[in-house]
Design a protein around this ligand. Structure first.
Ligand code: C2O
Ligand code: CU
Length: 495
C-alpha cells in the first residue's frame, strides 16, 4: 500500500457540529487533507504465526522491522524473531508449564498471560518487570483454564500501549481432549485460524504512531498484514478472533449478513454453538467462531467486516471523525477486516458442528457471598480515567478479596467513553447489564467485557487457588491508552 492510498480524505467538521458531552469535548480538528483513492486493492496473504508447544517455552522480545508501506520499513517489536506479534503458544490443560521471557528491548517490559489463571508472581503484570537484557522465568504452574484462545502481551505500566502497538503480543491456545474440541475444526492455519485484528497510524517516516492521543489507526492489520486475504477451504472454518486494538470496538460480521456460530468466549467453549450475524468485540476480547463455507463456490470470496458505521460516540471508533485524538479513517464506517477466498475442501474437513460443546456451570448472581461496586469516571481533573475517582498507583491496594470467595462485581461507567473492563486471575460470568439483556454470545466464561456510558455491568467470579498477602492482580480498562492513563486498580487475594 502506498502512502497515497492511506492519505486522508477531505473531511470538514463544521464548527459546533460536534457535541461536547460530560467533561471531555470531542476535539474538532477542522479541515483535513486530500481525497480517497480508488485504486484496486492489492491483497497480501494472511500471516499465520508459528506454533510453540511442549511445557517449557522460551520467548525473547526484541525490536524488528516490517515492510508495510512503500519506502522505509516500519520499526516494530516481536517475540522470537517475528517482525510483528509472536509465536502461538499451545498449552495443554493440566500440564505444568514454565516460561523464560528475555527482554531484548531497549527498555523495561513485562509479559502477561491474558485470561490465564496463574499465581500472582507468575502473572506478568506491572509488578513483574523484566530489566533490559534479563530473563524472567515464571512457573512451573498448572494450566487450569478451559480450552480456548488466550494471549500474551506486555503490561509495563505507562508503556503498555506503545509496546503492544509496536507489535508485542502473541496467542496462547489451550487445548484439551474433550469430544467437542475433537469435533471442531482444529487444523491450525488451515481451518482453525488465529486472527488478531488491530489498526495502525503511521508517521511521515512510516513508523507506527504510539502516543496516547493516537489510539485509533487508519489502516487495518490482520496478523500484522495490511489488506490481508486468506484462502479458506469450503468447509467449516474456525476463526479465533482477538480484538487487538488499542481503543476500537468491532461490530463484527460478514458480507451478506451471513450467519456464523460463536463456539467459544474468552475463557472456554460455550454450551452450544450460538448463531449470530454480528458480535461486538471490545479490545482484549476473544471469540472463537465457526463459519460454514461448505456450500460456497470454489473461487468465490467474502469479507469479514467491521460494521462500525452508525455507531454512537461511546462505541470505540464510533466517533464520526476522520482524524485527531478521537478520529481515524476507519471511524464510523463499515470496513473489511479480512478477505476470505474459498478454496478446495481438505480431506479432514469437519462436516457438522456438535450440538453440545460444553456444560458450563456459570456462576449465578445467587452464588455470590460478597459484592462490590466500581465506578469508572472522570476523576478530580474532569478529564482523568479513574476507578472511583483515583488513578492507578502501584503502591495502593484498591480491593482485598478472600481466597475462595464468590463475588459479584458491578462496574458502572459514568464516563463519556465506552470501556473494556478486564480482570486478571479469574474467568467470570456476566449476569446483568443495566442497558438491557446480556447478549446470548457473551453467556460463557469471560475475562473482558464491553461497557457503554451510563451502563452498569455485573459479573460473578470465584477467586480460588492463589493467595498472596502483598502481591496484587490487576483490573483495568483494556483500551490501552486508558489503562496507561490510570484506569487500572489492583486487588489482593488473601487466605
Ligand atoms: Cu490483556 Cu491486564 O491485560
Ligand atoms: Cu477505557
Amino acid at each position: 500500500m502506498t502512502k497515497r492510498e492511506i492519505s486522508r480524505r477531505t473531511f470538514m467538521i463544521g464548527a459546533g457540529g460536534l457535541v461536547a458531552a460530560g467533561a471531555i469535548a470531542w476535539a474538532a480538528k477542522g479541515a483535513l487533507t486530500t481525497s480517497p483513492s480508488a485504486s484496486t486493492t492489492v491483497r497480501n496473504p494472511l500471516n499465520i504465526p508459528p506454533v510453540l508447544d511442549g511445557t517449557e517455552f522460551d520467548l525473547e522480545l526484541a525490536p524488528s522491522t516490517l515492510q508495510l508501506l512503500e519506502g522505509a520499513a516500519t520499526p516494530t517489536y516481536g517475540y522470537n524473531g517475528e517482525s510483528f506479534w509472536g509465536p502461538t503458544l499451545r498449552w495443554k490443560k493440566g500440564d505444568e508449564v514454565t516460561l523464560n521471557v528475555t527482554n531484548n528491548l531497549p527498555e523495561m517490559t513485562t509479559t502477561h498471560w491474558h485470561g490465564v489463571h496463574v499465581p500472582q508472581d507468575t502473572d506478568g503484570g506491572p509488578h513483574q518487570m523484566i530489566e533490559v537484557g534479563e530473563t524472567w522465568s515464571p512457573g512451573p504452574f498448572k494450566v487450569k483454564n478451559e480450552a480456548a484462545t488466550y494471549w500474551y502481551h506486555p503490561h509495563m505500566h505507562g508503556t503498555t500501549q506503545m509496546q503492544v502497538t509496536m507489535g508485542a503480543g502473541g496467542f496462547i491456545i489451550i487445548d484439551d481432549d474433550s469430544p467437542a474440541s475433537n469435533a471442531l475444526p482444529a487444523e491450525y492455519g488451515i481451518d482453525d485460524i488465529p486472527l488478531v485484528l488491530t489498526s495502525r497510524r503511521f508517521d511521515d517516516a512510516n513508523a507506527f504512531k504510539t502516543d496516547r492521543q493516537t489510539a485509533y489507526g487508519d489502516v487495518m492489520l490482520a496478523n500484522g498484514v495490511i489488506d490481508a486475504e486468506f484462502t479458506a477451504p469450503a468447509q467449516l472454518v474456525r476463526f479465533r478472533i482477538l480484538n487487538g486494538e488499542v481503543e476500537r470496538f468491532f461490530n463484527l460480521g460478514f458480507t451478506g449478513d451471513r450467519t456464523f456460530y460463536v463456539v467459544a468466549t474468552d475463557g472456554g467453549l460455550v454450551d452450544a454453538p450460538i448463531p449470530v450475524t454480528r458480535i461486538r468485540m471490545v479490545p482484549g476480547e476473544r471469540y472463537e467462531i465457526v463459519v460454514d463455507l461448505t456450500n460456497e463456490p470454489i473461487g468465490s470470496s467474502l469479507d469479514m467486516m467491521a460494521f462500525n458505521s452508525g455507531q454512537v460516540n461511546g462505541f470505540g471508533g464510533g466517533e464520526p471523525l476522520s482524524d485527531g485524538e478521537f478520529g481515524s479513517l476507519l471511524n464510523n464506517i463499515d470496513f473489511p477486516l479480512l478477505r476470505i477466498n474459498v478454496g478446495e475442501p481438505t480431506t479432514s474437513a469437519r462436516t457438522s458442528l456438535p450440538s453440545v460443546l460444553a456444560t458450563n456451570a456459570l456462576w449465578k448472581a445467587t452464588d455470590a457471598t460478597n459484592s462490590r461496586a466500581l465506578t469508572i469516571d472522570h476523576g478530580e481533573h474532569g478529564s482523568d480515567f479513574t476507578f472511583d475517582g483515583h488513578s492507578y498507583d502501584m503502591s495502593v491496594i484498591d480491593q482485598t478479596v478472600q481466597l475462595g470467595a464468590i463475588e459479584s462485581w458491578a462496574i458502572t461507567s459514568n464516563h463519556i467513553f465506552g470501556h473494556a473492563f478486564h480482570i486478571h486471575d479469574v474467568q467470570f460470568a456476566i449476569v446483568s447489564r443495566s442497558s438491557g439483556e446480556v447478549a446470548d454470545y457473551e453467556r460463557g466464561w469471560k475475562d473482558t467485557l464491553g461497557i457503554m456510558p451510563n451502563e452498569t455491568v455485573t459479573f460473578i467470579a470465584k477467586f480460588e487457588d492463589y493467595a498472596d498477602p502483598t502481591l496484587p492482580y490487576m483490573y483495568h480498562c483494556h483500551m490501552l491508552n486508558h489503562e496507561d492513563g490510570g484506569l487500572m486498580g489492583q486487588f489482593l487475594v488473601v487466605a
